[in-house]
Design a protein around this ligand. Structure first.
Ligand SMILES: [Zn+2]
Length: 311
């Protein structure tokens, strides 16, 4: 009996040490939405004040993200404008941001799909819609400029924001009107995403995703943070129950989930000193399995021992 007690004590110690070690060295920690926002704000502060540190831009980072996969901490949709370089203005590097660039930062079908890849497949805790000052796409709609080719179908997405701005502020004109329309265009994109993406709504409702707006000033380099959509609750309620849609989404994305699992397992092999903080969550489930199996073995040993003693 003494031997059994010692064995159990040794196993319990091993279990404790193994789980502690796993918890402290596991690369599975993911930013919360608040932490991700803090990273973006700090990065923009560094950039705008001339103190950029240009992180994660060397060869080692390329090798790391190639072998271990991408684990960006924010999905960002921004205008294609060449003066809005997203990684630079947030002072981030390779594999840090999942960026969608499209003229006027609109959320049409392809952009919603790309955003879902970022927030749902890659699991970024933040979805940022970034408008910018002096936006040519918004200005073109405000001034009712004649556009050709495929551009009319693009600016269709901006028209509701401009119409709303003109209706709400009939006295605004010129730059002031464009500035107000740029903000409303950000809200429009967020509204379009929340309305058309059940996967996004599920994550917002669960508190694992923050969908926020911001405006980048191409002159000062500073980002003005707008926060979440003022009507987020209403938009999500009008779009229907997220839970029901999520079930359908789960079925649709079965392949993606399986691929995610493979990527997560792959990430376990990451060396601790080069692990970025913003890596995928969910690794503790393997630890739990490990504990469970060991507990079963211990209980089995106790049972067999006590049975032998009775005999
Ligand atoms: Zn623009």
């Amino acid at each position: 009996m003494k031997r059994l007690t010692m064995t159990l004590a040794a196993l319990a110690s091993f279990l404790f040490l193994a789980t502690t070690l796993w918890a402290t060295t596991s690369p599975q920690r993911m930013f919360t939405p608040e932490e991700a926002m803090t990273q973006l704000k700090a990065g923009n502060d560094r950039f705008a004040t001339g103190h950029a540190i240009h992180p994660n831009q060397d060869r080692q980072r390329r090798i790391f993200t190639t072998s271990k996969g991408q684990h960006p901490f924010a999905t960002v949709i921004a205008c294609s404008d060449s003066r809005v370089p997203v990684e630079i203005l947030f002072d981030q590097g390779v594999g840090d941001l999942f960026v969608i660039k499209v003229a006027g930062n609109v959320m049409d079908v392809d952009e919603v799909g790309s955003a879902e890849y970022g927030v749902d497949h890659l699991g970024t805790p933040v979805m940022l819609v970034l408008g910018h000052t002096h936006c040519g796409a918004v200005t073109a709609v405000v001034q009712n400029e004649e556009v050709h080719g495929s551009i009319p179908r693009l600016v269709d997405n901006i028209i509701p924001a401009v119409t709303k701005t003109k209706n709400d502020h009939p006295k605004l004109a010129g730059d002031e009107l464009v500035t107000a329309a740029v903000v409303n265009n950000v809200w429009q994109a967020i509204s379009d995403l929340l309305s058309h993406s059940p996967a996004t709504r599920v994550r917002v409702a669960a508190g694992t995703l923050k969908v926020a707006g911001a405006i980048y000033d191409i002159d000062t380099g500073k980002v003005t943070w707008l926060g979440t959509h003022p009507d987020q609750k209403k938009i999500m309620a009008d779009a229907g129950p997220a839970e029901v849609s999520h079930d359908a989404q789960q079925a649709d994305h079965k392949d993606n989930v399986q691929q995610d699992t493979a990527e997560t397992q792959h990430a376990h092999e990451v060396e601790t000193e080069t692990v970025p903080e913003n890596v995928e969550k969910g690794g503790m489930s393997n630890t739990l399995w490990f504990i469970l199996i060991l507990l079963v073995i211990i209980l089995g040993a106790v049972y067999i021992k006590s049975k032998n003693k009775q005999e």
